[in-house]
Design a protein around this ligand. Structure first.
Ligand code: ADP
Ligand code: UDP
Length: 236
């Protein structure tokens, strides 16, 4: 398989076509953004770490019977992935109150939620990725009713798998964002990435952040934290 022309350049990754029609080549960039790109920096080593962490997590999920777009890691910063038609949705699951949930609803950060709260956001930078509900998803024809049910079922299942994976690594999975797509056969699978850029990960003992919040809030260097997440996952 060889890399062909660029298909899309996002905030964190570049997608390339390949000589295989259903396979894309993704390169993880060293760019960090927050607030929908309002804060932007180049951070050496971030691409490698997120590529390695995401690859490892997708492999662990596969071992637990959860498929994804991940085919193989090609290099420090690159992966081969199955090309899918993305739902323009971000599926967020929250186990613990934090971030926009805490701000919007005035709930103390760190409060355990009685059950995992699932939210949909419309993936549309121009609108700042607004929070939407199931009816919005249906009315805007972003997904069909059975697909909404399937997205929720898979996201909740992935949450359980990730909670247990991170717990073994001494990490509390506070919340995270998933993206899904449809294969050419019409199967809904997990896509995009799962990394400290897309999850809130707190050390189980200290509750210290091991994720992008440290960048969002100018609390220091994220590289040693992402490295710590990778090291812990590598030891499992
Ligand atoms: P953003 O678009 O938010 O800036 P990225 O830089 O991470 O984010 O860009 C990656 C893009 O690739 C996202 O738009 C994501 O939805 C899309 N994507 C992820 N996995 C796949 C896939 N398997 N097939 C097609 N597109 C994908
Ligand atoms: N998230 C993400 N991409 C986004 C928005 C959110 O990966 O475009 C993740 C974020 O890292 C966190 C979870 O989704 O783990 C919930 O984010 P929240 O709504 O609290 O927004 P934030 O406060 O991060 O802007």
């Amino acid at each position: 398989m060889e890399k062909r022309g660029i298909l899309y350049e996002g905030k964190a990754k570049q997608l390339f076509e390949t000589t295989e029609p259903d396979v894309l080549w993704v390169t993880y960039k060293n760019q960090a953004t927050a607030g929908n790109g309002a804060k932007k920096e180049t951070i050496a080593g971030k691409g490698e770490l997120n590529n390695q962490i995401t690859s490892l997590i997708f492999e662990k999920l596969k071992e637990k019977g959860i498929p994804s777009h991940f085919i193989e890691r090609l290099s420090d910063t690159d992966q081969a992935i199955e090309k899918v038609e993305m739902f323009p949705l971000e599926v967020v699951i929250r186990n613990v109150a934090a971030g926009s949930f805490s701000r919007r609803l005035d709930v103390e950060e760190g409060k355990d939620l009685p059950f995992p709260v699932l939210e949909f956001y419309l993936k549309e930078d121009a609108l700042n990725d607004p929070l939407i509900n199931d009816d919005h998803v249906l009315a805007l024809e972003l997904a069909a009713e059975e697909e909404v049910a399937e997205l929720k079922k898979q996201a909740r299942h992935i949450n359980q798998a990730l909670i247990s994976l991170f717990k073994q690594a001494g990490i509390r999975l506070v919340d995270f964002k998933l993206e899904f797509g449809k294969t050419k056969e019409g199967t809904i699978i997990l896509a995009d990435e799962i990394s400290p850029d897309t999850c809130r990960l707190w050390d189980l003992k200290t509750n210290d952040s091991l994720d992008k919040d440290v960048f969002r809030q100018d609390r220091g260097d994220i590289i040693p934290l992402y490295q710590e997440v990778l090291n812990r996952l590598n030891q499992l």
